[in-house]
Design a protein around this ligand. Structure first.
Ligand code: R5P
Length: 281
């Protein structure tokens, strides 16, 4: 088996190859003058492990091209971050189920799929090949332990994220709770007055995705008003759209951390070992 990746997953891809002690194949990426994408990968044969997040449309097209370039091989596709998975149903008439459209498109040419903390697990059923999700709860728990907080409260910003927060809290033996969020627009949310006693506590808000940072900035503001000693933010997928990281930094969060499913300077823990373990299985 050889490991190959698309352009924006090159650090994670190389770490996965190292963790599995597999050859890592170098690929070239370019764009034609009209903007169409081009890539050329090194020699692949037999089995291929393809690591590619699709955090933006270019990465999604690169991935489609890469699957075609790997034509002759048996491909295990690792989607550390799967874009479009948040549109997991038709919210209004005339809309696509975007997660389904992407899952179907990516199924053509691969043998199996591994995702990492996919936003909505029902999307897995839209792949036309076996698909399984893995969680970075252990990595995030290790990072939280490293903060050295005194009995941190692991807080989910909404009910949908409560299970993930509970998984992390269980690993560390910490207390957990959740807030109640209503989304007002793509960037704004309302969080209901909380019964969480934040007074004097170190709080880590955990979520699968930080996109615009609206959710966590609102939650952090409320917790600080409630007397929290410190508020940290930790997520799996640091999308940081529309200045999301800066929004959080300016909201007075003590730290903002993400994994390398989307590679950035905020990547504080890696998905590589968990992906390698899933591939070994
Ligand atoms: C939504 O349910 C997700 O779990 C995140 O809470 C959401 O994507 C965060 O978005 P934003 O950072 O734009 O508030």
């Amino acid at each position: 088996m050889k490991v190959v990746c698309t352009e924006k997953s090159q650090v994670l891809g190389s770490k996965v190859a190292k963790a599995l002690d597999l050859p890592f194949v170098y690929s070239q990426f370019k764009a034609f003058p009209d903007g169409e994408l081009y890539l050329k990968t090194g020699s692949l044969d037999g089995e291929t492990l393809l690591v590619s997040s699709t955090a933006d449309n270019e990465s999604l097209v690169q991935l489609l091209l890469m699957i075609d370039a790997c034509d002759a091989s048996d491909i295990t596709l690792v989607l550390p971050y799967m874009g479009y998975a948040r549109q997991d149903k038709r919210f209004n008439d005339g809309e696509p189920v975007s997660g389904r459209a992407v899952a179907r498109a990516l199924s053509a040419g691969v043998s199996r799929v591994i995702t990492v903390n996919i936003h909505e697990s029902t999307v897995l059923s839209h792949f036309r090949v076996p698909a399984a999700d893995i969680t970075l709860a252990p990595e995030m728990a290790a990072w939280i332990r490293g903060l050295g907080c005194d009995e941190p409260l692991i807080l989910a910003p909404d009910k949908g994220a409560a299970r993930f927060a509970a998984d992390i809290a269980k690993i560390g033996g910490w207390e957990t709770d959740h807030l109640s969020k209503t989304r007002l627009s793509g960037e704004e949310v309302r969080i209901a007055p909380s019964t969480v006693d934040a007074g004097g506590r170190d709080i880590v808000i955990t979520d699968d995705i930080i996109s615009t940072g609206g959710t966590l900035a609102t939650a952090a503001g409320m917790l600080k008003e409630g007397g929290a000693r410190s508020v940290h933010a930790a997520c799996v997928h640091g999308v940081f759209a529309s200045g999301g990281f800066a929004r959080l930094a300016s909201a007075g969060l003590a730290s903002v951390a993400a994994s390398d499913t989307i590679e950035s300077a905020a990547s504080a823990y890696s998905a590589a070992e968990m992906i390698a373990a899933a591939v070994r299985k």
